[in-house]
Design a protein around this ligand. Structure first.
Ligand code: HEC
Ligand code: HEC
Length: 307
């Protein structure tokens, strides 16, 4: 999918207000406090902001695509069609099966998803349900598409990698939405539990999905990745170190990145970094507050400027 299309999809988001401390996850049995409309709205925002980055197809649906940013020595992979087609999508999956898949990465056939597909052990129950509400809705993006793909092809290194990432576990108690008035809580929830900034901005081979700040080089960047054209791009240091991180960034600088995809140095941010343009001001400032609270780490990351 072209970046333009992708950004377009991003623009369709609305707002959720979700936050929760993952050091100290609030695990308590509690009846949901949000309405079913709000739950669907929150789910829609997460799906169109996050899932669409991988599953979005050029027609504006979630019909999947070949992943051109995967190095060839890993294999040839696609993101599946997750529209409601019974035959070629996920129309036959029950809510329970989808919940298991989102929490653990295990598919209804019992197989572990290739771990390119993230799993979400820290996400609030209401957001998991909201995602499923949206996937099962009549929204244009999930109306059945009959797009098909060749089977996934993982080469030796890809298989090794896939085996090295273990599946998640179903949380043993309920996880409630965070307090949207608490910027730290909200920011941490968005960063660690929903949008998983640590996944790319830490040592990618040593991330900790259950306790993201325990990931090696949490938020210090350095991982070498590929953009949609296959050119190299390095995940940046997003700790508040003044010289090598984002310590000199103001909230305005950060907002410009998240909304318009423009970095403080004036360059357009490249994929696979996902701007999240329709996060509310409150959510962006919560993310900023949280990022600035992480311990600054000096870690200079190379910059590759495409010609
Ligand atoms: C970084 C890319 C990426 C993101 C982000 C992502 N996925 Fe996936 N997803 C994949 C890939 C790749 C697979 C295929 C895994 C496999 O074949 O084992 C997959 C598989 C799936 C499947 C199983 C489909 C099937 O045919 O069995 C579902 C359902 C799914 N994703 C839903 C989601 C939802 C919902 C989100 C957002 C909350 C999401 N994905 C985010 C890449 C991604
Ligand atoms: C799929 C991988 C991925 C995810 C997930 C991701 N990023 Fe990034 N991010 C990158 C890459 C790669 C770059 C460098 C892009 C470039 O050089 O144009 C980047 C750049 C940035 C920058 C710009 C820093 C600079 O020095 O200009 C910031 C800030 C940032 N990311 C914050 C975040 C936040 C906050 C999240 C979570 C909400 C996040 N990222 C999620 C991969 C990712």
């Amino acid at each position: 999918m072209k970046t333009k299309n992708y950004i377009l999809i991003c623009f369709v988001l609305a707002i959720s207000s979700v936050a929760l401390l993952s050091f100290n996850i609030k695990k308590e049995t509690k009846i949901s406090k949000i309405s079913s409309e709000q739950r669907l709205k929150n789910g829609r925002k997460i799906v169109l902001g996050l899932c669409a980055g991988c599953h979005g197809s050029e027609d504006g649906k979630l019909a999947g695509k070949y992943m051109t940013d995967i190095p060839a020595f890993f294999g040839k992979l696609h993101s599946p069609n997750i529209t409601n087609s019974i035959e070629n999508g996920i129309g036959k999956y029950t809510r329970e099966q989808l919940k298991t898949l989102l929490r653990t990465g295990i598919k209804p056939d019992g197989k572990r998803c290739i771990p390119l597909m993230p799993y979400f052990p820290l996400m609030a129950d209401d957001d998991i349900e909201g995602i499923i509400d949206f996937l099962k809705s009549a929204d244009y993006s999930v109306i059945a598409s009959e797009q098909k793909y060749e089977p996934q092809k993982l080469k030796f290194l890809g298989k090794m990698w896939a085996k090295s990432v273990k599946a998640g576990k179903i949380p043993t108690s309920s996880i409630s939405l965070p307090d949207t008035n608490n910027k730290m809580e909200l920011g941490k929830y968005l960063a660690d539990a929903v949008y998983r900034c640590y996944e790319c901005h830490s040592s990618m081979s040593k991330i900790n999905n259950e306790n993201p700040p325990k990931s090696k080089k949490y938020h210090q960047g350095g991982a070498k990745m590929a953009d949609m054209e296959g050119r190299k791009v390095y995940a940046r240091n997003i700790t508040p170190d003044k010289k090598t991180g984002i310590g000199e960034w103001t909230l305005e600088d950060f907002t410009k990145l998240m909304r318009n995809g423009v970095r403080k140095n004036g360059r357009n941010v490249r994929m696979p970094m996902i701007p999240l343009p329709l996060l509310s001001d409150n959510e962006i400032s919560a993310l900023y507050t949280y990022l600035m609270s992480v311990k600054p780490k000096k870690h200079k990351v190379k910059e590759y400027v495409p010609k």
